[in-house]
Design a protein around this ligand. Sequence first.
Ligand code: EPZ
Length: 427
Amino acid sequence: MDKFVVRGGNPLLGTIKVSGAKNSALPCMAAAILTEDEVILENIPQVRDIETERKLLASMGAEVELGYGRAQHRTRIKCGILSDPVAKYEIVKTMRASSLVLGPLIARTGIARVAMPGGCAIGGRPIDLHIKGLESMGATVTYDHGYLEARVDRLKGAHIVFDKITVTGTEDLLMAAVLADGETIFENCAREPEVTDLAALLTAMGAKIEGAGTSTIRVQGVTSLHGARHRINPDRIEAGTFLVAGAISGGDLNVDGCEPAHLGALLAKLEECGVRLDVGKESIRVRSGDTPLKAADISTEEYPGFPTDMQAQYMALATQTEGTTVVSENIFENRFMHVGELNRMGANITVQGRTATVRGKSPLQSAAVMCSDLRASASLVLAALVADGETILDRVYHIDRGYERIEEKLRGVGAQIRRMGDVFGKK
Ligand code: EPZ
């Protein structure tokens, strides 16, 4: 099982490049199911979840070419014949975002069998709202030995008000609605940039969508969609993670190839802490200020609020600010798995329900720590960058799910980090 070894103390200096957004690429790859034509997606990140999605689509009969390097992180997908429209448990259990094939499968073929995604480290992760939406569009949903089966001749337009704001729920049902008979109106939608990115691809494929990125989305169903070529958005969470890396290490880092407009809540919070930011068109320069960083509370909310996917990373920074930071996690019920490990490194964090209280500034010490989920892993890497000595992070396959070669990117700006077994400095 891969480990990282990180020696703390180096300020990060130079330019670090942001990859394409995993959470845009996943729904966009699933959207290829909606047409028998070829769909080409550029700027796909080279991360484990994308490989899982490739396997999932291929297992259903799709042709999926996943090229990197010369192919500029491109994927070519052709769902000509979907010989086996089933999302099997062996794959779904490794990535709950597999539920994103549910909507496009039933829209394209009239039937979908998807293994019920179990929970994960950060919460139960139900998909009841996905199912409720499909039923209101006329699908019959049954459950069979851990699989969900949805059937319909053709989905029909409906008026759907989401009980809770759900990102993949909005994406899944948007993909169902584009081929439905008639108009579908969605209210209380997720407004994340990943929803807007998916809608841009669907529109390029011939879908008729208004309001993506707002709380109300209108879709006029069409009878078929054609192929398209689309470039995936930059990953706002990877960019945010690198901004925190520059701040926590006391460096001077240029985070390049990002979309600053997607980072508003985080940028405002970092400035409140006293972090210096110079925001460009597609890059952000981050430096720690002249005065010590000071505590600033966060409360995670749906976009455009402070993103839950940046909560763990921000908490690592909070351990290095003067004062007390109150972190409220309002999206997931169990997203403080990083707290125990940060405390083992010398942090002073207490948890009460969905609120964590961070008392800083605490000098962090290196330790052997365990990664538990994708963003908790990122938080531990950030803490290790500033800890005294050599930290060993175990189970880094969690971080490989959503960060492309993070150790190489960080080493490129001066971090002393290697994947166990590497020799320092060797590529
Ligand atoms: C997406 O997950 C992201 N994943 C998550 O990123 C992200 O943390 C999350 O949105 C919130 O921003 C992808 O896009 C692949 P939700 P998703 O449905 O869609 C409840 C990462 O780190 N809910 O918006 O699964 C749910 O339990 C990952 O990259 C229901 O109750 O999240 C949660 O409390 C982690 N019923 C809340 O809504 C449903 O049917 C928000 O979940 C669906 C969701």
